[in-house]
Design a protein around this ligand. Structure first.
Ligand code: SAH
Length: 222
């Protein structure tokens, strides 16, 4: 098939080449961790969005995934993964807000195992299907309220929250390993920023990073 031929199957839209263009964009936007860039180049993002939107999966935009929720844009996913990794190999990671499972699939390539909690049961089911299609095996999904974390699997080398809140749930701080990092979108008034919270032997340090836009962390399950 030539580049200008009609492409009803959408193959050109979802190919390795399209993904590599996205990786180049992320590099220009300041993502530095080469491992994160290569992982983003491997994970088939189009498998995580509705078929009708698959042709837009590699644009730098967030997309609806149903139930009023969105898959984060590729830059945000790359940035959160880079901040979580901080150049280290990760053992157990916790994600709060599975959504469609894309961030989970990216984390699964830089960690031994990813536990992910989602409050909407339909999204847990959808993410499970998406992750199976993408052949991601080292993930454990749970339907539940992420405020509680997953105490039975703690401590975590990294905790990635993909929904915004005014403060970090206390249970999550307790489940962070010493030397572990939590990446957290904090809401203050109308604005949100990513915060990196690091657990030291005695306490926690925190640092404000990029401006972001996430859906809110909600209480309870649905
Ligand atoms: N990481 C996701 C982004 C999902 S958007 C992806 O790659 O697609 C944020 C998700 O957080 C939504 O699915 C929302 O339902 C979920 N969420 C909101 N509050 C939550 C809570 N208390 N516990 C678990 N999940 C929550």
């Amino acid at each position: 098939m030539t580049a200008s031929a009609p492409n009803p199957s959408g193959i050109g839209m979802t190919s390795q080449r399209t993904r590599m263009r996205m990786v180049e964009r992320l590099r220009q936007q300041g993502i530095r961790d080469e491992i994160v860039l290569s992982v983003i180049g491997e994970v088939p993002r189009h498998l995580f969005v509705d078929e009708a939107l698959a042709h837009r999966a590699y644009e730098d935009i967030s997309l609806p995934i149903g139930f009023g929720q969105t898959i984060s844009n590729p830059h945000t996913v790359a940035r959160m993964t880079e901040l979580a990794r901080a150049g280290r190999d990760l053992n157990a990671v916790l994600e709060i807000g599975t959504g469609c499972g894309y961030q989970c699939a990216v984390l699964a390539r830089v960690a031994k195992v990813v536990h992910s909690v989602e409050r909407l049961v339909q999204l847990t089911a959808r993410a499970r299907k998406n992750l199976r299609n993408a052949r991601v095996l080292n993930v454990r999904l749970r339907h539940g309220d992420g405020h509680a974390g997953v105490p039975t699997e703690a401590p975590f080398d990294a905790i990635v929250m993909t929904a915004a809140a005014t403060h970090v749930p206390k249970a999550l701080l307790e489940q962070l390993a010493v030397g572990g990092r939590m990446i957290f979108p904090k809401v203050k008034g109308e604005v949100q920023h990513l915060w990196v919270i690091e657990r030291t032997a005695q306490s926690y340090t925190e640092k404000r990073m990029d401006a972001v836009k996430f859906v809110p962390l909600l209480p309870g399950t649905g």
